[in-house]
Write a protein that binds this ligand. Structure first.
Ligand SMILES: Cc1cc2nc3c(=O)[nH]c(=O)nc-3n(C[C@H](O)[C@H](O)[C@H](O)COP(=O)(O)O)c2cc1C
Length: 250
């Protein structure tokens, strides 16, 4: 929490950052200073994640030759072609043990480790992230949880596809936080899902269980980089809020 801004200024600054973040598709050649990138990464790493597992990795692509190959993987889109920097955001399904052990150890060092937490990060999370060869164990787990839910509310026991969704959800939140942090620093980004996932994995030498969630082209916006004014679908299509008058009932 910043101490230098009043609540009003903080609110205004935040909404301005959100409103001014746009997808930019043409960049100036000015480099992104290392200290700016570091601050934005530090903010992005504070994004919320399922069970605090932080299943992401940020791969900063500086090397011009690698960037050119990444551009090709991104189907030679105009955004990345002009950006001075690219970052690949990778979602990992293979970090469960390392990150669960880290959480348990941290809680222990802080002297606040409870039995329920030992069970959660020591047994439940590893079970959730286990789906066996060809995802078969995951299919069985999923069937068990689906059947159980016919009788009473039941946690999803997660197939391989569910674990993928889980890791991509959290990684996308980190990406959003990163883009907003860049904007707060006066920099812009172009998130990209338009890429060849197999070539992306090969280019970045990703292990099994890791996938690029999205690429981000980063830099300062150039003239013509904003293709259109913001287009938002009507709020009532996407927000269900009966309002306080209805006593919170839809
Ligand atoms: C997950 C994701 C993938 C996207 N992929 C691409 C892409 O491959 N190429 C592109 O030009 N824009 C891409 N975009 C940008 C969207 O088109 C853009 O966010 C949307 O049109 C809204 O515009 P705004 O970001 O300026 O508000 C992507 C955005 C997201 C969140």
């Amino acid at each position: 929490m910043t101490e230098s801004l009043s609540p009003d200024m903080l609110r205004q600054a935040f909404h301005e950052v959100v409103a001014s973040r746009r997808t930019i598709r043409a960049f100036l050649p000015d480099p992104v200073p290392q200290e700016v990138l570091d601050r934005c990464l530090e903010s992005a790493l504070m994004a919320p994640s399922a069970s605090n597992l932080q299943p992401w990795e940020f791969i900063v692509i500086r090397d011009p030759e690698l960037r050119q190959r990444a551009n090709a993987v991104c189907l030679n889109q105009r955004g990345p072609a002009t950006a001075p920097l690219m970052v690949a955001l990778v979602a990992h399904r293979d970090i469960c043990k390392r990150h669960c052990d880290f959480i348990l150890q941290t809680l222990q060092e802080r002297g606040i480790l409870r039995k329920s937490q030992e069970r959660y990060w020591g047994r439940i999370m590893p079970l959730i992230f286990t789906y066996g060869p060809f995802g078969l164990f995951g299919v069985i787990k999923k069937a068990i949880s689906r059947m159980g839910s016919l009788w009473k509310p039941m946690p999803n026991l997660y197939s391989r596809a569910d674990v993928r969704v889980l890791t991509h959800k959290s990684t996308a939140l980190a990406a959003a936080t990163f883009m907003l942090a860049l904007r707060a620093e006066g920099y812009d980004s172009c998130p990209m899902e338009g890429f060849d996932p197999w070539r992306a994995r090969k280019l970045l030498k990703l292990p099994r269980g890791a996938e690029v969630c999205m690429f981000l082209a980063i830099g300062k916006r150039a003239e013509g980089g904003l293709w259109w004014d913001r287009m938002l679908v009507p709020k009532e299509w996407v927000v269900q809020d009966p309002g306080e008058d209805m006593g919170g009932k839809p």
